[in-house]
Design a protein around this ligand. Structure first.
Ligand SMILES: [Ca+2]
Ligand SMILES: [Ca+2]
Length: 108
């Protein structure tokens, strides 16, 4: 977890404060950027614009990470790598030593 600074697996008060501050700042930043009519809050259209932007930013990040041959699109092979990594990270959640074999043993 990103905000779990001391890596004890949970968020203590200090870490929670840091997370909330971070979220607040990100929201304020988005608002500044997408508040087209400058009324200090998100209208429906402004919120949609912000969400679209966040979605694109996420896509761009994924593309950068998984576009192995650098052609700007994820082909089937590159997508497979991405899906595998995402699926695996999900599957391994709670698997304390991060090994597939433990997972299999746990099933029995
Ligand atoms: Ca607004
Ligand atoms: Ca590619």
């Amino acid at each position: 977890m990103k905000y779990d600074v001391n890596k004890d697996g949970k968020l203590d008060d200090q870490e929670k404060v840091a997370m909330e501050k971070d979220l607040k700042e990100r929201r304020a930043e988005l608002l500044k950027r997408f508040d087209a009519d400058h009324d200090g809050k998100f209208s429906e259209a402004e919120r949609q614009a912000a969400e679209r932007y966040l979605k694109m930013a996420r896509m761009a990040r994924l593309l950068k990470k998984y576009d192995a041959n650098g052609d700007g699109v994820l082909d089937a092979d590159e997508r497979a790598v991405m899906e595998k990594e995402m699926g695996m990270s999900k599957k391994n959640k709670g698997d304390k030593d991060n090994s597939e074999s433990v997972k299999k043993k746990e099933k029995r």
